[in-house]
Design a protein. Sequence first.
Length: 496
Amino acid sequence: MINAMTNDDEHAAQRGGPSRAMPFTLGVTVMPEWFQHEGIDAVLDRVAALGADAIATSPYVLERCGEGEGAREPPPDGEAGKVRPLERDLFGARELHVRTAPAFAHGVARYRGLRYQPSPATVLTHRHEGLLDRVLTAAAARGIAVYLQVMAASPPGYRVQFSGAHADDRCLLPGGGVHEARVDRNASLASPHVVAYVAALCAELAERFPGIAGLRLDWPEYVPYDFRSALFDFNPAMIARLAARGVDGAALSRDVAQWADALRAAVRGRAVGGAAAVARAIDDAGFDALFADDGPLAPLYAGKRAAALDLMRACRVALDASRHPDCRLEPQAFPPPFHRISGFPLETLDGVADAVGVKLYTMHWPMIARYWARDLLGGDVPATGAAHDAVTAALAHRFGFTDGLVDDGRALRYPEPDVAHPVGAAAQAAKLRDAGALAARVPVIAFAHAYGPVDDVVGRVRLAAAQAGPLWINRYGYLSDAKLAALAAALPRRRP
């Protein structure tokens, strides 16, 4: 593990500090396949017409493959997200299977001796040689800043669906069990092998593409899409870190498992009583332990925060030692209160991150509540029944997804493309305010998602834009021409 920064304030001052001017006001996430398919100029012209002055892309190239190969695009988000097709044609389809290759030939010498190695260049790499260089040149000519996005803990780090994590680095449940049926593919953030790889990758990208404004580090956290994932991480590397802090890993494992069993029993016992009864039951069973500084989960969650912070510090140190030390580091993560569960150290990023992205990916919110309800109720309770709906509604309320407790949770599910996202406007604004207060001197950037019907997307983007800082819109593949026109008309012109 790299030991970074002995003085965060001094370190921040040396590189300009987190208060240095943001290089953009409005950005759009545009993954490289869209440049391949639509052409660099066509994509950038649409982005510029929207009023955007930044894009984020990623250092891979992509091709279509047969069903059963590669991975689905768009990602299925477990299984719930299969209802969402793309809204722009990609290689002649709105749903397809794809495989990737690195966008350039990595300098393998800098990875010598590491467990994880970057993917080798392939025929696909050579077919699109120089794509990102041409994107950077064309973007610079338009005054558009470019970020590269990489995965924080899913080597080789290009896309969420493709992980080459070693079995020894898997996130583990209490007692050492595995949980493979989850949305993310993150490895243990406590693994020194994972940390060493992502730090090396950040430094290489900064040097290979000196024209980038910064790196967006995705999911430097334990992604809490379901309840079982919230019980991570008992990987041996984390157990060793906990022991160094004076925590008995075996005792903690028992405490966490007992707490989880009690919560499950409380939910199962009151689910037939409706959402309000479930909300009272989970509170009585100690649900607040998920967010508390003491209690059965506190040592585990403190360990997760420390591991995530060390990973990001290692990336910052690697960038500072590179030939592009002014490359910005901007992690992006779940909004409050999930930062407590995921281990994202939102309160301690000063001197490490130049800004932090807070994801308002609101189609996921009802899915998260429903996945947690599934885990708490157990597999013998029908996922379409009243009990499951009641638990979903109670959890959505406790997580701040809805503006008040919803009596009927049937509508709380992953929305179809023409359905407005079943979340609260006040809830979204509150999450941004909470994130800003917690992050303190580190600027918070709202991330709004382009999936959904036009009016709903425009409303959610405008809500996110109402904050004082910059805004990312994710992702270009859901920005139909109609949405682009509606957003351009609705958003204030941010570019000078």
